[in-house]
Design a protein around this ligand. Structure first.
Ligand SMILES: Cc1cc2nc3c(=O)[nH]c(=O)nc-3n(C[C@H](O)[C@H](O)[C@H](O)COP(=O)(O)O)c2cc1C
Length: 352
């Protein structure tokens, strides 16, 4: 039998293959298609409001009655100090000039107009909607939320990018840990936004495996049977894929973004905090080159909220120099088949 069954049994799925939550790229359709392939679909709720989260959960439940994971950000929200206010104004001016120079019409929000949601209301919504699996990233849930979720029979999956983070998750009773190697596309799931551990998947997975007893999912760089086999040998009991599904039928990426992915070169795949204030892996472009080493990067989530309007405007112009295209290190042909077919092909390839 090729597949370890620890995680499948815990989550009620057939294959321990997880469609990575990818806020902005994964869709309800993608998560339902993953469930159709008898894998675990993930519903990315990021830092949406409780109402928006409920809406998506209900949509998801209409599409499948199979298990799926809701996924949220459990980030720390920095206090709005005078220093932050001043930096916000400067960053906004800088971005306004940059947009104007590049013929992108965009109205950036004032700081007061930005609404930021914590995760506590989402936790209540997840319980109220009777979701049974919750995965999270950017930190750990607080003890009260963990207790509440457990009392309601929710299985918890936390993300780590270091042994230290894994130990904290295990200590607080998290059921499964998703080990995210530095290869992974998208945001680093690190607890800290500034000084992040940058550990490669090979070192990280084997070390976490040696230090904790909870079952591990591995995420970062899996794009076929050999990479999956390698992390299985290192102790992973579940296998999370994001990059592999970026161009799938159900991906929210637009055709010009999928085309850009197909042309990506190794040296263009970089870690950047220019878009959101948190490190994420994506395709280098003019925006990243201009902003990355500048003083115009606000702490997450303020940078994210501020650049969001610019990215939206750039998207509508099909301007790949100003959109954030998150991508992992494993370059591959970026199949445009359905998520169900891509996952089934991966499973078949592994079983061969
Ligand atoms: C476009 C994109 C968006 C992502 N958004 C999220 C997210 O909302 N929540 C999360 O836990 N992880 C997110 N991630 C990280 C993935 O869950 C996962 O760690 C990563 O895709 C695995 O590496 P791979 O891309 O090499 O397969 C995102 C990744 C990508 C590529």
């Amino acid at each position: 039998m090729f597949w370890p069954d620890t995680i499948s049994k815990k989550l009620g799925i057939q294959y321990p293959v997880i469609q990575a939550p990818m806020f902005g790229v994964s869709t309800v359709q993608m998560a339902a298609a993953a469930a159709e392939a008898d894998c675990l679909g993930s519903l990315a709720l990021a830092d949406l409001s409780a109402d928006q989260s409920v809406e998506l959960i209900r949509e998801m439940k209409k599409m499948t009655d199979k298990p799926f994971a809701a996924n949220i950000f459990v980030h720390h929200i920095p206090e709005v100090t005078d220093v932050l206010k001043e930096k916000f104004v400067k960053t906004k001016h800088f971005l306004e000039h940059l947009a104007e120079e590049n013929n992108i019409e965009v109205a950036f929000p004032e700081l007061e107009m930005i609404s930021i949601n914590g995760y506590h209301e989402q936790v209540d919504a997840i319980i109220q909607e009777n979701c049974k699996i919750l995965s999270f990233t950017f930190g750990n849930l607080d003890d009260q939320s963990i207790q509440k979720l457990k009392e309601n029979g929710v299985t918890l999956i936390g993300t780590c990018t270091s042994v230290n983070e894994a130990l904290q998750l295990e200590k607080s009773g998290i059921d499964i840990i998703c080990v995210q190697g530095i290869e992974a596309g998208g945001h680093r799931g690190s607890f800290e936004a500034e000084h992040i551990p940058q550990i490669g998947g090979l070192s990280l997975l084997s070390q976490v495996y040696d230090h904790v007893n909870v079952p591990l999912i591995y995420a970062g760089g899996i794009y076929g049977a050999r990479t999956l086999q390698a992390v299985k040998d290192l102790g992973a009991k579940g296998f999370q894929v994001g990059n592999l599904l970026l161009a799938s039928q159900e991906s929210a990426l637009q055709p010009f973004e999928k085309e850009r992915l197909k042309k990506v070169k190794e040296e263009e795949i970089v870690l950047t905090k220019s878009f959101s204030g948190r490190y994420a892996r994506g395709v280098k472009n003019h925006f990243i080159e201009t902003v990355e080493n500048s003083e115009y990067i606000l702490p997450y989530p303020y940078q994210n909220k501020l650049t969001n309007v610019l990215r939206k405007a750039a998207k509508s112009q099909q301007n790949s120099d100003f959109v954030g295209i998150w991508v992992g290190q494993s370059i591959h042909p970026y199949s445009e088949l359905s998520t169900e077919e891509i996952l089934k092909n991966l499973i078949k390839e592994c079983e061969r």
